[in-house]
Design a protein around this ligand. Structure first.
Ligand code: ANZ
Ligand code: ZN
Length: 801
């Protein structure tokens, strides 16, 4: 009679293993469903209960879908290359390979506890040569198509990790990994031309079922701007300065020019008497990060070069300055400054006493400068009186007639710095030959193995530790057989994660990265679950890779993840749980006391899955007590089942209706409340006995949340097959109807739709249903709902801003 979760859980885990229950072979004849977790990098700290949340959500969802008749692919693997693994290894004096093996073993043990439906036959590991062979293969394909190229340029440099970083890895001017302030460093780098895909990456967001905030972040990161390229002829020098501007309408207000300190023209046009000052300025600017350089409100710095350009439409010369608020890697690295209508130009002009000419005025009269809003042109000759949008077009035409401008689009997205000067990564499969130049390693010579070495600490010279290994560096040219040297940089952490989800479809293939058939069968991923911190890094890089692989003709889809769910974090005392902060709860301890199922169910109960939620041991104990009650209820009733009576039938149909609706709208926390409410009701009824349909329904429905207990309850009811071979319970509306009401749904006080709901519907359900109505979504999408009112039996009113 006593609920002993640990015993039950061991028993079912063993049974699943024996029966290979989670094997996905694609031969069941059922429709497929691919539910994927963002695979973890196996850190030395192991998993805490915060990590469990996402893994549990994805498993609950997989099992729920399985009960709907799908064959489920729910794989797991290891993102094991990269800085975290390497930094951990260095700190602890263990070779990264050994440390990684140990960490994977520990992670796997912990993940197996969850009791998830992982098909371990499909496990992938990015550090396994049989995997990274294909990571290198895709690099070679990029190189062959001109998408991987080398360029000398200032890049983000982390002085603490001693490596270059991609823009996406710099957060508020600091290294995403270690938090050290990032500096700039001029280096020859391997780059991937992700910018070639900017438009597709932007437009195709529309076809994805992703949270709006993630799409918004990607759109902002890609940052498409429309405007013009405008050329200004240099006075007393040959050549011209080209700028990108989103405000060509303000051309008559341009009073000076600014070049980025790194701009190649700087050294050519600087007057001899300005040289010393200019060079000193360039030098100090190079040491700053782009983020520091872009801070608004900061005292502006800069120097005059001594050179002038000719205004394209006026008989006027504009002085050319250099200043670090202009970035080399945006637009053309040069601007026309319009201090009256741009904040930064205004501060700069004030600082250095430069001319300010107002050219746009708000329709309702005078304005304070700088004025950046919409209005009408003034002081602008042929543009006077035109509104901004029209003036933009007209200005471009006027300058285009003289061959000095044309419409242009600019992106904030930069090409991806794809090299790291570190040991623990995939070697970049390139060989330098004096005769043949840069030669990719042919497919039959892949993988280029990462050599097993004693010393793997970063050198700090800007060279990878691999550069010191002569047996690695010296090789023969794959083309001519002559002596050649290997590239010694490695790929960034993200390389393997850009395509690992394709490999799960066909993980043991040693002839190709995957078979076309297998990938087109399982992909795209139907549901991808992970942390929001990947909104622009991994989630953008993977989309780029998939589009590229689609262009290679290897797959039939060009977006990897049809639906995305980003789970919130678990906090303890208000702070994100993390080993380094010392505020973690270890799942091993919890399982030993309360069992896996209690932890799983509590992880769902803790709050709306997309929001952060505070850990509470009391809450967990409540869930554990609840499961013990469920178990006892079955233990008492299964031997004396009675026929179903109407009160039980009604309760059952209502429970299934409520639960299904909450599941479908991904409200997994209130789904748990539905179980609790139902079981309370059943306990009231229990004195008159319970029927088979009631107990079978509950056993099936609870199984996705507490799979071990679900199987046990199913077995207690006399079954010998698995509960997961059953179907999700259905309900008959007839049992709900008598108590239904129709209510009106208003947005900002106006009726925009109608809903039929159970008379005793909770405010939460009513509001969620209202928001999900297509008619209503139209009115609230992209807006902030600031107030939600529910008047039972009458209306829901949503106030949006
Ligand atoms: C003239 C102008 C007048 C501008 C005005 C703005 C307002 P977004 O919208 O982000 O694309 N700009 C161009 N290249 C730059 C660089 N490398 N570093 C710093 N600033 C740069 O911004 C485009 C605007 O940012 C451009 O339009 C340019 O200033 C500036 F009333 O040109 B504008
Ligand atoms: Zn050669």
């Amino acid at each position: 009679m006593e609920y002993r979760p640990q015993q039950i859980e061991q028993k079912w885990k063993a049974r699943w293993r024996e029966q290979n229950a989670h094997r996905a072979d694609g031969k069941s004849g059922k429709p497929k469903y691919y539910c994927l977790d963002m695979f973890p990098y196996p850190s030395g700290s192991g998993l805490h209960v915060g990590h469990w949340r996402g893994y549990t959500i994805s498993d609950v969802w997989s099992r729920y879908k399985k009960l709907h008749g799908y064959e489920i692919l729910h794989p797991m693997g290891w993102d094991a290359f990269g800085l975290p693994a390497e930094n951990y290894a260095i700190q602890n004096g263990i070779h990264p390979r050994i440390a990684t093996e140990q960490n994977i073993a520990n992670f796997k043990r912990q993940l197996e506890e969850i009791g998830a439906m992982y098909d371990w036959d499909r496990e992938v590991n990015t550090t396994d040569p049989s995997f990274y062979k294909w990571t290198q293969y895709f690099f070679v394909k990029m190189f062959e198509r001109g998408l991987a190229y080398r360029k000398k340029m200032p890049i983000n440099w982390c002085p603490s990790c001693k490596t270059g970083l991609a823009n996406e890895e710099v957060v508020d001017g600091c290294c995403e990994r270690c938090g050290a302030p990032v500096t700039r460093r001029e280096m020859e780098q391997w780059m991937l031309k992700i910018t070639d895909y900017a438009d597709r990456l932007l437009n195709d967001l529309d076809k994805l079922d992703w949270p709006e905030h993630v799409k918004r972040m990607q759109r902002a990161w890609i940052g498409r701007s429309e405007g013009a390229r405008i050329r200004f002829r240099l006075v007393d020098h040959d050549g011209e300065i080209e700028v990108f501007s989103t405000r060509p309408d303000t051309i008559y207000g341009a009073t000076y020019m600014v070049l980025a300190p790194e701009h190649p023209l700087v050294s050519q046009i600087t007057a001899p008497d300005r040289k010393a000052e200019v060079e000193a300025y360039v030098e100090q600017a190079l040491r700053k990060s782009n983020v520091e350089r872009q801070v608004v409100d900061k005292t502006k710095t800069g120097v005059f070069t001594g050179a002038y350009v000719q205004h394209p439409l006026l008989d006027k010369r504009l002085p050319v300055w250099i200043a670090d608020y202009v970035l080399m890697d945006y637009g053309t690295g040069a601007i026309m400054a319009v201090p009256a209508h741009d904040d930064r130009d205004f501060e700069f002009a004030e600082q250095f006493g430069l001319e300010i000419v107002e050219v746009v005025r708000p329709r309702d009269g005078a304005s304070e400068l700088p004025f950046t809003g919409d209005g009408v042109l003034v002081n602008s000759g042929p543009l006077d009186g035109l509104p901004v949008e029209e003036a933009k077009k007209r200005a471009i035409e006027l300058m285009a007639e003289k061959g000095q401008a044309e419409p242009a689009v600019s992106y904030r997205l930069r090409d991806w710095v794809f090299a790291r000067q570190r040991y623990w990564g995939e070697p970049i499969p390139i060989v330098y030959c004096q005769v043949c130049g840069t030669v990719p390693v042919p497919e039959d010579q892949l993988p280029v193995l990462l050599p097993d070495v004693e010393r793997y600490e970063p050198t700090g010279t800007g060279e990878s530790p691999l550069a010191a290994i002569e047996s690695f560096v010296n090789t023969t040219c794959p083309k001519c057989g002559g002596p050649a040297k290997r590239e010694t940089d490695t790929m960034p952490q993200w390389a393997g994660s850009c395509w690992y989800f394709l490999r799960y479809a066909d993980p043991h293939n040693d002839k190709e990265p995957f078979s076309r058939e297998a990938v087109n069968y399982w992909l795209p991923v139907d549901m991808y679950i992970g942390g929001v911190e990947h909104a622009v890094l991994h989630l953008l890089y993977s989309r780029f890779y998939v589009k590229f692989i689609y262009d290679l003709g290897l797959i039939d889809f060009d977006e990897p993840f049809q639906r995305l769910f980003t789970q919130g974090m678990i906090t303890l005392n208000g702070a994100k749980m993390s080993k380094s902060k010392g505020n973690v709860v270890n799942p091993d301890d919890i399982i030993a006391r309360y069992g896996v199922d209690a932890l799983r169910m509590y992880e769902m109960f803790v709050g709306p899955p997309e929001d952060d939620a505070e850990w509470s041991t009391n809450g967990l104990e409540g869930v554990a007590r609840f499961l013990a009650r469920v178990y006892r209820l079955y233990a008492q009733q299964v031997d004396k089942l009675v026929p179903e009576r109407p009160s039980l039938t009604k309760l059952r149909h209502r429970f299934v209706a409520t639960l299904t609706e909450r599941m479908e709208s991904f409200r997994l926390n209130t789904a748990v409340s539905a179980f609790m409410e139902y079981v309370n009701n059943l306990q009231q009824e229990a004195k008159d006995g319970l029927d088979r349909a009631t107990l079978e329904t509950l056993a099936i429905a609870i199984a996705p949340f507490t799979p071990h207990l679900g199987e046990e309850l199913w077995e207690m009811l006399g079954h010998t097959d698995s509960v997961f071979e059953q179907s999700w319970p259905t309900y008959d509306k007839a049992w709900l109807r008598d108590d239904e009401v129709e209510i009106a749904v208003q947005v900002n006080g106006r009726v925009r739709g109608r809903l039929t709901l159970p008379a005793d519907v909770s405010a939460e359900d009513a509001i969620a249903r209202a928001k999900a109505l297509p008619d209503i979504r139209e009115w609230i999408e992209g807006k902030q709902v600031v107030k939600e009112v529910f008047v039972p039996g009458r209306i829901v009113n949503l106030v949006v801003k």
